[in-house]
Every structure is written in C-alpha cells, then in structure tokens.
Design a protein around this ligand. Structure first.
Ligand code: FAD
Ligand code: NAI
Length: 465
C-alpha cells in the first residue's frame, strides 16, 4: 500500500496531460489530473487546434461557394454568411470533444481535481484548498500567448485580440492586421480573409513561417499573396493605440528606418507562445526554468527534481498537440517501468491553410549542414488527382542523404498535405530510403502519388514531369 494518495498526479489536462493520465490509468496506476479550466482538453481542444480547424473548415466552404471554385465545378450558389451558426458549430465541436475526454477520465477511473495546482513539495500539490500527494507529479501545464509590449490584448473588446479572441469575433472585420506570420497568424488570418476581411500580415523576419524549408516558405507566401493577403515583411510593430473600435499601429522596418502607421478594425497578436509555469510554485521544489522559460527534462521526461517529470508545451521542442500526446503516453510508460518512445526527429508539423503546408524531418538547409543531400520536387500541378480537383498549387519535396539515400525530410504544399505527411513520417520512422518510397505502390488517382513521384525524382526518374 502506497503512502501517497496517488501513484501519479498530472498537472494540466491538455493533450499532454489528459493522454498521460489515461495511459497511466490503463497501466494500472492510481491517477489524478488537476485542471483549472472548466473543461478538459487544454489549449488544443478548447481554444486551439479544434476550434481553429472548425473555423478553417467552415470558411473554406464559404470561400469555395463565394469565390467561384464551386461554380467552376458546375455548382452555382449565392452564399450568405451566417456567422452565428459558424460559431455555433465551432462551439459544438469543442463541447463534444471536451465532454469526450471527461467520459474517458470516468471510464479509466482518472480523478479530475478541479482547480489550479501549486506545489507544496515535490510529492504534494494543493488544488482548491486541498492537498494531494503522489509518488510522481507530471507537469503538463502547456503554454499561453506571448504578449507584445505596447500592444495590449483585450479579447472582450475585440479590437486587439489573441488567438482566443480571433476565434470568436462577433463580426467580420473590414481590415485585420495580423502581427506575426507564423502558424496562428496564417491560419486565423486565412479564416477572416475568406469571410471578407482585408488581411495584412506584419512579420519581423524577411520571410513567413520560420522553421520551415526555404522553398516552402517562399512558395507559401506566393500562394497567400495570390489569395489576397498583404505582407509587410522585415517590419516590427512598435506601438498601438485604440480609439473606440479602431486601432492604429506604429510600424518600423526591423533593420531601422522611418516609422509608418497602419489602421485596423482588428489586430491579431500571434508572435508565439510561452510555457506556463507562473503560479505553479516551482520555487517550492527548487526547480528552475531555462532562458526560454521551459522546464528541461531528460530522455525519460525527468526534471532536475526527483519525482517530478514534465511534458508538452512546457518543455523544449515544437509546441504541437501530437508531440504533447506522444510524450504523454511515453511518460506514463516510463513511470510504469516500461520504455516510452518518442522520436523527436520525426514529428510532423502542419499548417491548416488552403492549401495545407506540412513537413517532417530536416529542412534542406539543415540537412546540408550535416552533409551532402539529393533533393527532388514534384509539382501538384502534375498530379492527376490534384489537377482534376482544381488544386494546382504546391509540391512535394523529398530530401535524402546523398550517400545512403535515406530520407531526411519531406515538405509538402497540397490541399491534403496534413494527411499526406503521415506516410513520410512512417517511412522515416522505419528508416526508409527514397528508393523504398519510389518502389512502394501508391493508389491512383491520389495526391499521395506525388510523394512517390518526388521520391522517384530523387533517383532521377520521375514519370509525370
Ligand atoms: P495545453 O493544451 O496548453 O494544456 C495545458 C492545460 O494545463 C491547460 O488546460 C491549463 O488550463 C492547465 N493548467 C495550467 N496550469 C495549471 C495549473 N497550475 N493547475 C492546473 N491546470 C493547469 N497544435 C497542433 O498540433 N495542431 C494544431 O492544429 C494546433 N492548432 C493550434 C491553434 C491555436 C489557436 C493554438 C493557440 C494552438 C494550436 N496548437 C496546435 C498547439 C497545441 O494547442 C498545443 O501544442 C497543445 O495544446 C499543447 O498541449 P499541452 O498538454 O502541453 O498543453
Ligand atoms: P509562431 O512561432 O509560429 O510564429 C510567430 C511569428 O511571429 C514568427 O514568424 C516571428 O518571427 C513573428 N514575430 C515575433 N515577434 C514579432 C514582432 N514583434 N513583430 C512581428 N512579428 C513577430 O507562433 P504562433 O503563430 O503564435 O503560434 C504559436 C505556437 O502554436 C506555434 O509554435 C505552433 O507550434 C502552435 N500552433 C500550431 C498550429 C498547427 O500545428 N497547425 C496552429 C496554431 C498554433
């Protein structure tokens, strides 16, 4: 009989924490999960992945009807936007999924400790005035929006908003300025552009989508520009004043120079996210964060403090739900005495714009730093399914080691890139060469044939270009 209330107590019920809790309970550990939000599922289910995809999906339909893509296929309609209904279906999607996690907690006998948790010591945590003890505590507190000094977010007012406010705008803004040309800015900027807003993205760097392959960054910007998004690259926002329902931003070239102003009905601040550690009482257990505010862990997700582990957005690595989920499974397995595996070199990332943008593994630039590479790009225009579906934009790029032919990275811009990238991740997980992919039979006509053709290109012999 253990001296602790629980074998495992997880702080935070996002995709990292809730998955860790369910897995720990499945492995026979007595498990609790503390969550301060009213509903389970964390950022991802409540204000992140799920509601953003609900708005992206719905706005895609609206644009297909309004922009002529449906008419091109012989379906003539005159759409009328019912934004209230669009928000309702978003709220319904979130409600269904967060309730689903609550059901899974009950089914697996995970205790939900309702409230924000604070450490008293490494094995005890206070939640809502009650102290609970556990042999292992897992920190899975996630991340929140990085504030931009001089640009104060007020989601209730709806003029200067963060991603949460941008999901809930009650009306389509006439002019929207997005600060930050990263994933959130491009996804949510796309939603409101499709619904009728004039969108300008102000990005500090001279290219959008940092961290992605250079070819992808260049091509993606071209496509978004064609869709009507304006870009002000190499530009920083130095201030913002709000009068009534209008914002005026002051901008300066990042390299220095003359300031200019930009007016907007809505400003979205999306310059990144920071790990959540405030209020956790890390000082009580003597745990420090690194320079980026993250909690450092070893390969078994152990922090510097015995009995305390950490996963998800609060530790280094990409801030992605599937990365947090895989770490959730792995940490539970380590705690249960098993071997938990997460291959951090093969974590796909997807931007759910139209077309989608996806990548896994190394960029060409990063791969070249390690040695000689062979690359090949196959255009979606030459893929029969994409062409038939009126989806000509994008390409598949395969990067392989010049000597061993092992695939080091795959980058895709295509309508269903997010689905296609799973094949590349699976192949890379098994150490596939480009030849392995080229000689794997792919169903016709599918977008995935473009991956096969790009792999054939690495070997110097594509068929359809
Ligand atoms: P979180 O999901 O942030 O969950 C942490 C939870 O801990 C929160 O619910 C919080 O309330 C709780 N918490 C914090 N402190 C305490 C405490 N002291 N006590 C109790 N509870 C506490 N990723 C993708 O992979 N795909 C996407 O499409 C995608 N879209 C996104 C769209 C948006 C708009 C945003 C903002 C993010 C998106 N992300 C996406 C990122 C994704 O949401 C995160 O990577 C993921 O949620 C991280 O999971 P997590 O479990 O580490 O933390
Ligand atoms: P991000 O890191 O993707 O992009 C932020 C952008 O803002 C960068 O391009 C950066 O150069 C720029 N920037 C920083 N400071 C600036 C300034 N002062 N002025 C102008 N530009 C500035 O961050 P984002 O978009 O906020 O997303 C946060 C996280 O959420 C991402 O790391 C991502 O992993 C996750 N996310 C994932 C999604 C997905 O997987 N589809 C969707 C949405 C979010």
């Amino acid at each position: 009989m253990s001296d602790y209330d629980y074998d495992v107590l997880i702080i935070g019920a996002g995709p990292g924490g809730y998955v860790a809790a369910i897995r720990a309970a499945q492995l026979g550990l007595k498990t609790a999960c503390a969550e301060g939000r009213e509903t389970l599922g964390g950022t991802c289910l409540n204000v992140g992945c799920i509601p953003s995809k609900a708005m992206l999906h719905a706005s895609e339909y609206f644009e297909a009807a309004k922009g002529g893509a449906m008419a091109e296929m012989g379906i003539e309609v005159t759409p009328k936007l019912n934004l209230g209904q669009m928000h309702k279906q978003r709220i319904d999607a979130v409600g269904g999924l967060t309730k689903g996690v609550e059901f899974l907690f009950k089914k697996n006998k995970v205790d939900w400790l309702k409230g924000y948790a604070t450490f008293k010591d490494a094995h005890s945590v206070e939640v809502n005035g009650e102290t609970k003890t556990a042999k292992t505590v897992v920190i899975a507190t996630g991340s929140s929006v990085t504030p931009l000094p001089g640009v104060e977010v007020d989601n209730a007012k709806g003029v200067v908003v963060d991603s949460t406010g941008a999901l809930e705008l009650p009306a389509v803004p006439k002019k929207m300025v997005v600060i930050g040309g990263g994933v959130i800015g491009l996804e949510l900027g796309s939603v409101w552009r499709r619904l009728g807003a004039e969108v300008t993205v102000v990005e500090f760097l001279d290219q959008i989508l940092p961290g992605m392959d250079a070819d992808v960054r260049k091509e993606a910007q071209k496509i978004f520009k064609k869709q009507g998004i304006e870009f002000k690259l190499g530009t920083k926002v130095t201030g913002c004043t709000v009068k009534g329902k209008k914002a005026t931003l002051t901008l300066e070239p990042a390299a220095g120079g003359d300031a200019e102003t930009l007016e907007a009905d809505c400003v979205l601040v999306s310059i990144g996210r920071k790990p959540n550690t405030d209020g956790l009482g890390l000082d009580k257990i003597g745990l420090e964060t690194n320079k980026r505010g993250q909690i450092e862990v070893d390969g078994e997700f152990r922090t510097a403090v015995d009995g305390v582990r950490a996963i998800g957005d609060v530790i280094p690595g990409p801030m992605l739900a599937h990365k947090a989920e895989d770490e959730g499974i792995a940490v539970a397995e380590w705690i249960a005495g098993q071997t938990g595996i997460v291959n951090h070199d093969v974590i796909p990332s997807v931007v759910y714009t139209w077309p989608e943008i996806a990548g896994v593994g190394l960029t060409e630039e990063a791969a070249k730093e390690r040695g000689a590479v062979k690359t090949s790009k196959f255009p979606m225009l030459a893929n029969s399914r994409a062409k038939t579906n009126h989806e000509p934009d994008g390409f598949v790029k395969v990067i392989a080691d010049a000597e061993t032919d092992r695939v080091l990275g795959v980058w895709i811009i295509a309508s269903v890139a997010g689905t296609m990238i799973a094949e590349a991740a699976l192949g890379m997980e098994f150490g596939a060469t480009s030849e392995d992919i080229a000689y794997t039979c792919h169903a016709h006509p599918t977008h995935s044939e473009a991956i096969k053709e790009a792999a054939m290109g690495v070997m110097g012999k594509p068929i359809h270009t």
